[in-house]
Design a protein around this ligand. Structure first.
Ligand SMILES: Nc1ncnc2c1ncn2[C@@H]1O[C@H](COP(=O)(O)OP(=O)(O)OP(=O)(O)O)[C@@H](O)[C@H]1O
Ligand SMILES: [Mg+2]
Length: 313
């Protein structure tokens, strides 16, 4: 059995003139939670749709659970669970009946179906609410029911497309816990999000995607230490002479300097190195620094560093 459950090589998807996915190559290892982190329109859903055999790639290849998505879609579909971005539930039916419906699509019947529905309801913490109509569920409960539907046929890998959008913070936490538990029980998960906190908390490795390309791929920790840069807020006593700001701007590790609420905001490629240069400059110029704060780098600053844009506006 291959160590990788997903192997994509140069995946491309064009919609007419729009190139939504521009040559993605990556591998997802069995047992990991792998993240796609990227802003709206980055190409996350398009990629998941190709890995799930819902969209044919314009170019490149993808092997999922040992099978080619174009040549053996039936084999692939049997081995993956897809939890789409859009909810697909029948509001007037109970949670159990929604799952019965999906279970039959997967070819489950009778006792095997009943037992599996009970199991997946348990896995997502909805056993108590099995008989309630879905229209009485919160956004987070509906998401969890969607996840349960994706688990019915015991997939080897689960594709979760932005499972926490429109969900309150408490339900978000419940979803995180269920995702972590499913993973601890051996399920491989592809988790897409445009929330960097989610990628940081949940994912073993993250591919940062922008405009149809992977611009970085590593563990969150490695991404942040290598590329996170840093932001330093300075309070400077008498005035903030433009001349001094120019000198700060000229330091090798500094990318941008702006005034912010009576302070100076310094964006650095590497906060520690920039700090050394700043302190030397202040010594030389006899500048009186009244406050100094170094903001922790995170995946947001990684994205900012790589693209010059924020993940969300
Ligand atoms: N059916 C389609 N026809 C034409 N263009 C499309 C279609 N589906 C997606 N696109 C375009 O492809 C690009 C990638 O879209 P995609 O839905 O994959 O992004 P995403 O990363 O999932 O974004 P979001 O975070 O908003 O869900 C966007 O520019 C989008 O407008
Ligand atoms: Mg999407």
């Amino acid at each position: 059995m291959s160590e990788n459950i997903v192997e994509a090589q140069g995946l491309v998807k064009r919609y007419g003139d729009i190139e939504a996915v521009r040559g993605l190559s990556f591998a997802i290892r069995r047992g990991e939670i792998f993240g796609f982190l990227g802003p709206n329109g980055a190409g996350k859903t398009t990629t998941i749709s190709m890995l799930s055999c819902l969209l044919e790639p314009t170019g490149g290849t993808a092997i999922v659970a040992g099978y080619d998505v174009v040549r053996a879609p039936q084999q692939v579909k049997r081995r993956i669970g897809l939890v789409p971005q859009e909810l697909a539930l029948y509001p007037t039916l109970s949670a159990r009946d929604n799952l019965n419906f999906y279970g039959r699509i997967y070819g489950l019947h009778g006792r095997a179906l009943r037992r599996r529905v009970d199991e997946v309801l348990e896995m997502v913490g909805l056993a108590e609410r099995a008989a309630s109509a879905v229209k009485t569920f919160s956004g987070g409960m509906k998401r969890r029911l969607n996840i349960a539907a994706g688990l019915l046929h015991r997939p080897e890998v689960l594709f979760l497309d932005e499972p926490t959008v429109g969900v309150d913070p408490q339900s978000r936490n419940a979803i995180f816990e269920h995702v972590e538990r499913l993973n601890a029980e051996g399920l491989t998960i592809l988790y897409t999000t445009h929330y960097m906190e989610e990628a940081e908390r949940l994912c073993h490795r993250v591919a940062i995607i922008d405009e149809g390309r992977i611009i970085a791929l590593d563990t969150p920790r490695k991404l942040v230490t290598d590329l996170g840069g840093g932001i330093i807020h300075l309070g400077i006593a008498d005035g903030m002479a433009e001349g001094l700001l120019e000198q700060i701007r000229a330091l090798p590790e500094v990318r941008a300097v702006t005034r912010l609420d009576g302070k100076v905001k310094v964006e650095a490629t590497r906060a520690q190195e920039a700090l050394v240069g700043l302190l030397a400059l202040f010594n030389r110029t006899d500048t009186d620094v009244t406050s100094l704060e170094v903001l922790e780098p995170n995946l947001e600053t990684v994205f900012l560093h790589l693209t010059g844009k924020r993940l969300r506006d």
